[in-house]
Design a protein around this ligand. Structure first.
Ligand code: MLT
Length: 275
């Protein structure tokens, strides 16, 4: 699968130069937040699928892709402020927003503080839990290792966990591309975000307050945020439904884009019909 680049546009958000793509046209845009440690190009199958009928925006979270890292301490709260800052800068009062994994952490944080900015939520391969002490420790060990050895080994270990067996066995092109995305990311972006992930707050406590229409998607073989995490989100958020994607691990939007797009498209049509 080719990860094709769109036309890159730059905008200042919270003192950082953020790179985004913006295509198609609709009153309510569909905006995507990528996972860690990736970039906006990982949404290409969804952009292709939606842009004939919707305005679709993807952006690089600060430090990733072509967005500047900035000088602030990295945190999920800061990334959520950037999401709202980007929507403000683009004069978007409301959007349907999809976040995968870390993108979901960012989205849940933003929704908690600014629920009125979201017409609908798509939470893909994500969870509301904070890191366990063991997970935190693993992140700090990764930071030390990257600081001494760089990102090559980190990328090798990551790709083994990101995909389902079928993808690892049959889609080496995708696996290699994602490995390349990881090794092309500046090490300081990876380490500062590992620290942001380790120190993020639990979001489970406020899920009951969310009343936005929500679709939860999860790859059946996601070993990082498994289907049980998706089921928990679904039982905690009132206006939600869940779809489990076959033949997919943690990157369900890339491993099985047809099923992902089908579920996402149905949700967007239904949500906009209520608008
Ligand atoms: C992601 O894909 O964004 C990461 O797996 C999130 C995490 O490490 O918690």
């Amino acid at each position: 699968m080719e990860l094709i680049r769109g036309t890159d546009i730059y905008i200042k958000v919270n003192n950082v130069r953020v790179c985004y793509n913006d295509s198609g046209d609709s009153a309510i845009p569909i905006l995507f937040i990528h996972g860690f440690p990736f970039n906006k190009d990982t949404w290409q199958p969804q952009v292709e699928f939606l842009r004939e009928r919707h305005r679709v925006i993807t952006y690089d979270v600060r430090g990733f892709g072509k967005s500047e890292l900035g000088d602030d301490d990295a945190s999920i709260v800061q990334y959520a402020d950037d999401l709202i800052g980007l929507m403000d800068a683009l004069e978007i009062p409301k959007a349907i927003v999809c976040g995968l994994s870390m993108g979901g952490y960012i989205l849940m944080n933003a929704v908690h503080r600014y629920p009125e900015r979201f017409e609908g939520l798509i939470l893909a391969d994500t969870q509301c839990n904070a890191d366990t002490p063991e997970a935190k420790e693993k992140r700090y060990q990764s930071i030390e290792k990257i600081n001494t050895d760089g990102t090559e080994e980190y990328a090798d270990a990551s790709v083994k966990n990101l995909f389902c067996k079928k993808t690892l066995d049959t889609n080496t092109e995708l696996v290699d591309k994602i490995r390349n995305v990881i090794t092309s990311t500046p090490p300081e972006s990876i380490t500062s975000t590992l620290s942001a992930l380790a120190t993020r707050n639990d979001a489970c406590v406020f899920l009951k307050e969310i009343s936005n229409f929500t679709l939860i998607i999860c790859g059946k073989e996601d070993s990082i945020t498994p289907p049980a995490k998706a089921e928990f989100l679904n039982t905690s958020i009132k206006n939600s439904s869940v779809v489990i994607i076959e033949n997919a691990g943690h990157l369900s939007n890339l491993e099985n884009p047809d099923d992902f797009n089908h579920a996402m498209g149905k949700f967007i049509t239904k949500t906009l019909a209520r608008f």
